[in-house]
Design a protein around this ligand. Structure first.
Ligand code: PAF
Length: 283
């Protein structure tokens, strides 16, 4: 499996493939790969001749220095896992911070028509400027035909779609369904850092989302939100940061239901010092 650390070498390798008429898929990741990532990689392999998996813990999207420091870095294990999927059709781009940012490790400032101010944007200062900066650079360096993002970070997916629309980037952004463990917990690289007790407790998050969805037919958003808040107040191990039912397109909190719109519930929860997010489509 080819592993590139340098964007110039990656570009010249990919340019040769493109000249041969081959299609390129990109799966951007921060490493610590799990089955959820492999779902994206497999989807990319179905539609593209070559798939670039980028592995880069992007410093500019972390609002919490400790979280950045503790973020797992497991390149060797990531490559081993990717090899179980395909040795020939996948290449890894694992750049250094310098290769991506040069001497200036800073985000560009973006406007995503308000999407960036909701939920994760409100709770994680500068997060989406960091995501926008790295995704734009990865798309520029790889120039893929398709790029794959998981719906677990649904707000990020909507923002990336907005980014390529606003910047007229010639790439199709493909959203992939959330991959869940058997007990319902959404797959995340952060799950590996949960204590056994918190890992068990974290299954509560998806249970609550499913019950909230059932209630959506008959109850108001306010009523459901209050019910969710109560459930977490009673929980000894989990702390709710937010639960928001929002319009799927604008990501603005739902005030009055409209039959023409679709809604999703979004949640962020602390299990000890690990922050977990999840979401579910309501209609
Ligand atoms: O979802 C992620 O892992 C990251 O936000 C991404 C898209 C790889 C950008 O660093």
């Amino acid at each position: 499996m080819k592993i590139f650390q340098n964007k110039t070498e990656l570009s010249s390798y990919l340019d040769a493939l493109k000249k041969m008429g081959l299609s390129i898929g990109l799966v951007p990741t921060m490493g610590a790969l799990h089955q959820g990532h492999l779902t994206l990689v497999n989807e990319a392999l179905e539609k593209n001749d070559k798939v670039v998996v980028s592995v880069f813990v992007n410093p500019t999207q972390f609002d919490n220095k400790e979280d950045l420091k503790k973020y797992p870095r497991t390149l060797e294990a990531d490559v081993t896992l990717l090899k179980t999927v395909s040795k020939d059709s996948i290449v890894v781009y694992a750049p250094t911070v310098g290769d991506v940012y040069g001497d200036d490790v800073a985000s560009q400032s973006f406007s995503f028509e308000g999407l960036e101010h909701e939920m994760e944007g409100a709770f994680r200062q500068g997060h989406f400027d960091g995501v926008g900066t790295i995704v734009k650079r990865l798309l520029e360096n790889v120039k893929p035909d398709h790029a794959y993002f998981g719906e677990k970070d649904f707000q990020q997916l909507q923002i990336v779609k907005k980014l390529v629309a606003l910047q007229n980037m010639p790439v199709e952004i493909v959203g992939c369904k959330i991959h869940r463990a058997k007990d319902g917990l959404a797959m995340s690289s952060r799950n590996a850092r949960l204590t056994p007790e918190h890992r068990k407790a974290a299954t509560f998050i998806y249970k609550i989302l499913k019950t909230a969805k059932k209630k959506f037919g008959t109850k108001s958003a306010k009523n459901i939100t209050e019910w969710v808040q109560e459930q977490f107040q009673l929980h000894p191990l989990l702390e709710l940061e937010y639960f928001i039912i929002a319009d799927t397109e604008t990501l603005k909190p739902l005030k009055r239901k409209s039959t023409h719109k679709t809604y999703r519930a979004f949640i962020a929860v602390y299990a000890g010092d690990i922050r977990l997010i999840d979401n579910i489509a309501f209609n």
